[in-house]
Design a binder for this molecule. Structure first.
Ligand code: C2O
Ligand code: CU
Ligand code: CU
Length: 516
């Protein structure tokens, strides 16, 4: 009896215990799945942001001042830039700790002409080392301001070069290896405009800050008065903010007194890609890309995509008394997951344009703007392939002591760049302006038909780029190529190339990060 009882008890007990364990397990798994599902759902629904219709446009757009310069006896134009820490009032009565050049946030607009010699006296007033890189500029590698030209705290660096490229909207920003994202996010960036005789003769809107407006677009996020640059969950692209600044102004408007206004768009955000258009879907004309003017203006009905580092010059027509808003629209950035978590479902009201009641008449845009000075890629000396991965380009993480590619001065090459990494990237090459020959075997869209130094490459896409390396040769000091999503660059999605004379070998990069 006892045994049986106990046996029965055991028999009853075993399934009982098992059942309890199973039920508990089931509940735990269920809760986990629900939590996970809920978490994913929460992440998904909280992943998109929109400021459309919610921006007050109460602040007049700040126009970065044109940098003062002096001219030395031999004609060299000299600028001064000082990197410094400060505080900026983005929101009324709130001081945000920021960095800037010659001020607390961003920097003055440098401007020089083709053929001019320029010199920039850089002073580092920060308490950490940094660099200043001239993005889009053709210049000697040791003047490039990449990670090999570090300026220690309190130190100075004075690069000089001769401007030898067409009129363009270029920019400058720090490039310290592993910390570029942080330095740019805190406010170190500015425009560098180049002019030439050809562009000066064209009847384009060209009065700086009046009908020719710099538009430096950055996304940001605040935690009270402070920036909150945390990446958040699922953000493999890097930081994505929940509002936008133009030239450091929140909720900006710009008064327009001319029929035609030229906007020089610069995406100075660290990870966000924009699809620009206007709130009323008005058409605009695209007249320039990264490296200068297009052959002819292109009427744009759709949206103009700019990934981090890219620029575009557009001209928009205004009627007296009207308002319109420069907006960034939702866009596909690969599959649904990448689009969602890459900011593709986001939209932003970026800058309001307010036309005066009477407008100065503007001449019609010319039919032709001039010839492109970028290689055709018809008979390249050689081709190279680049496979983009977050873990490194062509399977290698950036190493300051390793030269990845050696190119011969004066030759044309075609670079094939493929992104099969499951997330969006872009690709920037120092020193050159390239031609996008094709994107996935097709002729590129209008915004990629001019001179480019940075190109967006969605997941699963391949671009072919034609470029020409005109030196000067320097076997030791490399230029960079990299993803311009700055978090990715900092992680090591970057490589180095040197330009050498035919038959010359690569040398040794200068040692270390702190050369001073
Ligand atoms: Cu805009 Cu290598 O940088
Ligand atoms: Cu660059
Ligand atoms: Cu990337």
């Amino acid at each position: 009896m006892k045994e049986t009882g106990s046996g029965r008890g055991e028999r009853r007990g075993k399934p009982g215990r098992l059942k309890r364990v199973l039920i508990t397990l089931g509940v735990v798994v269920g809760v986990l799945i629900a939590a996970l599902g809920g978490g994913v759902a929460w992440l998904w629904t909280s992943a998109d942001v929109s400021t459309v219709g919610k921006v007050s446009f109460r602040n007049e757009l700040a126009i970065p001042p044109l940098a003062d310069s002096t001219v030395e006896q031999d004609g060299t134009r000299v600028f001064d830039l000082r990197m410094q820490a400060g505080e900026t009032e983005f929101k009324d009565g709130q001081q945000t700790p920021t960095w800037g050049f010659n001020g607390s946030y961003l920097g003055p607009t440098l401007r020089a002409e083709r053929g001019e010699k320029v010199k920039v006296r850089i002073a580092n007033g920060l308490d950490e080392a940094s660099t200043v890189h001239w993005h889009g500029m053709h210049l000697p590698a040791k003047m490039d301001g990449g990670p090999h030209q570090m300026v220690r705290p309190g130190g100075t660096w004075t690069p000089d070069w001769k401007v030898d490229q067409p009129a363009a909207t270029l920019w400058y920003h720090p490039h310290p290896h592993g910390a570029t994202e942080k330095h740019v996010q805190r406010g170190l960036a500015g425009m560098f405009l180049l002019d030439d005789e050809k562009s000066a003769r064209l009847p384009l809107p060209g009065t700086y800050g009046v009908d020719d407006i710099p538009v430096i677009v950055q996304d940001t996020k605040f935690d009270g008065a402070k920036f909150d640059h945390g990446r958040g969950m699922m953000r493999s692209l890097g930081f994505l903010g929940d509002q936008t600044l133009v030239n450091g102004t929140l909720a900006p408007y710009q008064e327009v007194g001319d029929e035609l206004v030229r906007l020089r768009l610069l995406n100075a955000s660290t990870a966000r890609t924009y699809a620009f258009g206007f709130s009323d879907s008005r058409q605009f004309a695209l007249i320039g890309t990264d490296g200068g003017l297009l052959e002819a203006p292109v009427r744009m009905g759709g949206h103009l995509r700019l990934s981090p580092g890219e620029r575009a010059e557009v001209v928009v027509r205004m009627e007296p008394g009207e308002k319109t808003v420069l907006r960034s629209f939702p866009q596909r950035l690969g599959d649904a997951f990448n689009t969602r978590f890459g900011g593709g479902d986001d939209s932003f009201d970026i800058l309001q344009l307010r036309a005066g009641d009477t407008l100065r008449p503007s001449p019609e845009l010319p039919d032709m703007l001039g010839e492109l000075e970028i290689p055709e890629g018809k008979d390249p000396a050689r081709g190279r392939h680049f496979d983009l991965k977050l873990s490194g380009i062509n399977g290698r993480k950036m190493d300051m002591g390793r030269i990845d590619e050696v190119v011969t001065r004066g030759t044309e090459e075609v670079w094939t760049v493929r992104n099969g990494n499951g997330m969006a990237h872009n690709f920037h090459v120092h020193d050159v302006q390239f031609r996008v020959l094709e994107m996935d075997g097709q002729a590129p869209p209008p915004e990629l038909r001019g001179a480019k130094d940075t190109v967006f490459i969605p997941d699963g896409s391949t671009v072919k780029l034609a470029m020409r390396f005109d030196g000067p040769p320097d076997p030791d000091v490399p230029y960079m190529y990299h993803c311009h999503l700055l978090y990715h660059e900092d992680l090591g999605m970057m490589g180095q190339f040197v330009v050498v004379e035919k038959g010359q070998q690569a040398g040794t990069p200068p040692p270390g990060r702190h050369q001073h």
